[in-house]
Design a protein around this ligand. Structure first.
Ligand code: MLT
Length: 301
């Protein structure tokens, strides 16, 4: 048999190599059996009749019209867990850079032109920021990524509260016993010094963090969003920062409203951007596609 794979984004070669003989891989294939993509949107795309599967090298599938795929019988894969370590590392980094005012400090130091060493010692007091050890972290969403972050935060001496509407924290998700279960978001909002979001974006989760949520939060809470921009209401978080309720917001999804705003650190969607994660995602997406096309078996791992 021969198969054609269309790539909508550049996918790590280590993944594409998995296809081997019998496969044609092209970014302009007209009649593909499978599509591989990362963040390109498929919402406006015509679906070729030949298409059997779409594999996203990443966790979120909000760039794929899954209802339309279901109607047409096209199987959609994502790569759960494949980029979890990369996101975990950036989530911990985000808490630290926000807390310790690292971005403001670097920008300030880069603006010094004379007597730099002396000026640094004179000016550094404005960048004092708290340590994360002993503070409360609320992890919203306990999938592969949330669990890794919760465990890493426990190891850094944080008190961790986990919340997930679908998963019992008592269940075997590899969570450290030190991670406590929050039965509702309100508990997280009221207790957390840091909140990190790891839930998918859909109609139900849009604006999970909004004015009503911010009103319940501890003063000075820092919010980390490496999941999807739409999970947080932009206007509401800017107002909460202005009011001092939110002490800092790190988002991996910059937009015009968020760029260069006091208290906001924007990262250009780098959560999964490590060679290790890109290899893992490409490998998983390629193998899911290959197995499905060759055998009809669906494996989402
Ligand atoms: C994800 O959903 O896992 C990320 O958005 C992947 C990416 O960076 O493209």
């Amino acid at each position: 048999m021969s198969y054609t794979i269309k790539t909508l984004n550049k996918i790590a070669k280590t993944g594409l190599d998995k296809f081997g003989e019998g496969y044609t891989i092209a970014d302009d294939a007209a009649n593909p059996d499978g599509i591989l993509l990362r963040s390109a949107s498929m919402h406006e795309m015509e679906f070729p009749e030949s298409l059997l599967s779409i594999a996203r090298a990443g966790a979120g599938v909000n760039n794929i019209p899954t209802d339309k795929c279901a109607e047409k019988g096209i199987v959609v894969f994502n790569t759960p867990g494949a980029n979890a370590n990369a996101v975990k590392e950036l989530a911990i980094t985000s808490m630290l850079i926000s807390s310790r005012k690292i971005v403001d400090g670097i920008n300030w130091a880069n603006g010094l032109t004379q007597d730099v060493a002396k000026e640094v010692e004179k000016g550094k007091a404005q960048f004092v920021g708290p340590e994360i050890e002993g503070k409360v972290l609320g992890v919203i969403g306990l999938g592969a990524i949330g669990v890794l972050i919760a465990n890493a935060a426990v190891n850094l001496g944080m008190e961790v509260l986990g919340y997930d509407p679908f998963i019992s924290v008592d269940a075997a998700w590899g969570l450290s016993r030190a991670v406590k279960k929050a039965t509702d978001l309100k508990t997280i909002f009221e207790k957390a010094d840091y909140i990190t979001l790891h839930i998918p974006y859909n109609a139900q989760t849009k604006g999970t963090l909004n004015a009503e949520a911010f009103a319940q939060m501890k003063k000075g809470v820092r919010v980390i969003n490496l999941s999807r921009g739409e999970l947080v209401n932009d206007d509401d978080i800017l107002a909460a920062i202005e009011a001092g309720t939110v002490g800092g917001y790190v988002t991996d999804f910059p937009n015009e409203k968020m760029i260069n705003k006091p208290g906001v650190i924007t990262i250009p969607h780098l959560g999964a951007s490590t060679p290790e994660s890109e290899d893992n995602c490409a490998h998983m997406a390629a193998m899911q596609t290959k197995v499905y096309l060759e055998t009809g078996n669906i494996r989402n791992s």
